[in-house]
Design a protein around this ligand. Structure first.
Ligand code: ADP
Length: 501
């Protein structure tokens, strides 16, 4: 066996070393290169040796960077490597980590520099791909309409997106990694961001404590609460496996408003149903009264006939006819009321002047008979259904004539006004007046304060109808209870139809 030859060992190691090794002299000329170097750069030994090492740098800037590093004695060891862009003979390039070791002679002079270059293209690509992915993620997070943030196990903010910043309101300017969830909440509260946690209130303290509990011990259910300027926020906190907390904040104002509108409608419907129940009860009661009379008088007629009682027969037959008439009137007025649904069919520009003169000509006979006088002030115009509005006015004026005082001739005042796009119509009389206690009841179907038909005829539908017409126009009608010299009704109607209604 041959003697151990150290030189041979080093040579074998050098030649078989997997990474390119290049040795340059003080003039930066390539003096030696191992097989891996020749393979990596694509040169033969003849083509490679004695050339300036500039040869392997892809561009001037990179080479100059290398020279600067060298001049500054940046020690490119395994611990501290620099990455340069290298070029092969076929002009293809690759990223390489350079590690250098100087060869020093006995006098301390640097003879040569050994450089080991490791191809890190794959690594560089992976890093760049990761960088790209992370940029993509950042862009996606930023574009998300939902507020998103991550807090670490110490409740400190790690990352957040733009929507989260917006949702934090007054706390948004203080947002930075490291701030705690509690600090953010308190800043937002201080800025009046939470209507349910006004600064300095005990309820507010409790509210914040609940929010913090939700954050610390997420129960898997999203919570919805008011925030900002009459807005609604859906908050979801998710604890991740590594102990971080992911928070999602979504503005659900539109949804919440729709839900509230639905709830309002539900309640309105409930009220309407109650009103309908009451209406049915009243109607059946009022229809039964004439029916009872009819049955009673027909029995009496039967008795009269059996007894040959001619005198009473005629009277009772007349009563029977009256009851039938009354029943007819009640049914007619009821149909009338039912037909005026909560909808206006003929929506046009209406002059209240015209409506009033039309009404007065219809009621001319009654007015003359009662010796009524009218005083009519200027009246505005509005949009509405002329036929319905005429019925409304006719009911009011008709009542003003009908419920006149026995001691004085009816004097009826009709005037109007316009304020804030609301039309006001007032019908006032000097009649018997209405007890303020009945101010609401008179507008209900079949509610009559004067039951004696012989004095004041009627079915008790007129004011209910007037109310329905006013409401179908988005308006209202009421009795002015401060007026005691007779009755005064005030009708308010929007001048123009609001689309939404
Ligand atoms: P009707 O006149 O058919 O009885 P309304 O619905 O028009 O029915 O009126 C309801 C009740 O309100 C009347 O029965 C009457 O007692 C009272 N009322 C209405 N208008 C007047 C008025 N101008 N003056 C006094 N009472 C009135």
């Amino acid at each position: 066996m041959a003697a151990f030859n150290e030189d041979l060992v080093f040579k074998a190691l050098y030649e078989n070393f997997p990474d390119p090794v290049i040795i340059i002299d003080a003039e930066r000329v390539i003096r030696s290169a191992n097989n891996a170097a020749l393979r990596q750069f694509g040169y033969t030994a003849e083509e490679f040796l004695d050339r300036s090492v500039r040869l392997i740098y892809a561009n001037d800037a990179e080479y100059e960077r290398r020279l600067r590093n060298r001049a500054a004695r940046v020690d490119e060891t395994a611990a501290q490597t620099s990455t340069y862009l290298y070029v092969r003979r076929d002009r293809s390039t690759f990223s390489g980590h350079l590690r250098t070791t100087p060869l020093i002679d006995d006098t301390g002079e640097e003879l040569a520099l050994i450089g080991i270059i490791r191809d890190v293209s794959d690594l560089a690509e992976a890093v760049s791909a990761r960088q790209k992915a992370s940029e993509m993620l950042d862009a996606a997070l930023e574009a998300m309409p939902e507020g998103f943030a991550i807090f670490d196990r110490n409740e400190r903010l790690l990352v957040y997106n733009g929507a989260y910043r917006t949702i934090c309101g007054p706390a948004s300017t203080a947002l930075k990694p490291g701030i705690t969830a509690e600090e953010i909440m308190l800043l937002a509260r201080q800025g009046g961001h939470y209507p349910d946690a006004l600064p300095g209130t005990r309820e507010g303290d409790e509210w914040i404590a609940t929010r913090l509990r939700d954050f610390r011990y997420p129960d898997g259910h999203a919570k919805i609460f008011r925030y900002g300027d009459d807005r609604w926020l859906r908050v979801e906190n998710i604890r991740t496996k590594d102990g971080n907390t992911v928070v999602l904040r979504v503005d659900v104002t539109d949804l919440k408003r729709a839900e509230l509108a639905l709830e309002r409608q539900r309640q309105e419907l409930e009220h309407k149903n109650e009103a309908l129940d009451q209406f049915t009860a009243t109607v059946s009661h009022d229809l039964k009264a004439p029916l009872r009379h009819i049955s009673m008088f027909s029995e009496m007629i039967e008795d009269d006939l059996a007894e040959g009682n001619q005198a009473e027969l005629i009277d009772n037959a007349r009563h029977l006819r009256d009851s039938v008439r009354r029943m007819n009137r009640v049914i007619d007025s009821l149909l009338d009321y039912a037909q005026i649904a909560h909808r206006v069919s003929d929506w046009t520009d209406v002059r209240l002047d015209d409506i009033v003169s039309e009404t007065l000509s219809i009621l001319a006979g009654d007015a003359q008979e009662a010796g009524a006088t009218f005083e009519i002030g200027p009246l505005p115009e509005l949009q509405g259904d002329p036929e319905l509005l005429r019925r409304l006015v006719q009911n009011l004026v008709g009542n003003a004539i009908k419920y006149r005082h026995p001691d004085r001739k009816p004097k009826i005042l009709i005037h109007g006004g316009l304020a804030d796009q609301i039309v006001e119509l007032v019908v006032e009389d000097n009649g018997i007046g209405i007890d303020p206690r009945f101010a609401t009841r008179i507008f209900e179907v079949f509610q009559r304060l004067h039951k004696d038909e012989t004095v004041y005829g009627g079915t008790g539908i007129g004011l209910a109808l007037a109310k329905r017409i006013a409401e179908s126009h988005g308006g209202s009608i009421r009795l002015d209870t401060t007026f005691r010299e007779g009755a005064r009704f005030i009708v308010l109607l929007p001048r123009r139809l609001r689309k939404a209604s």
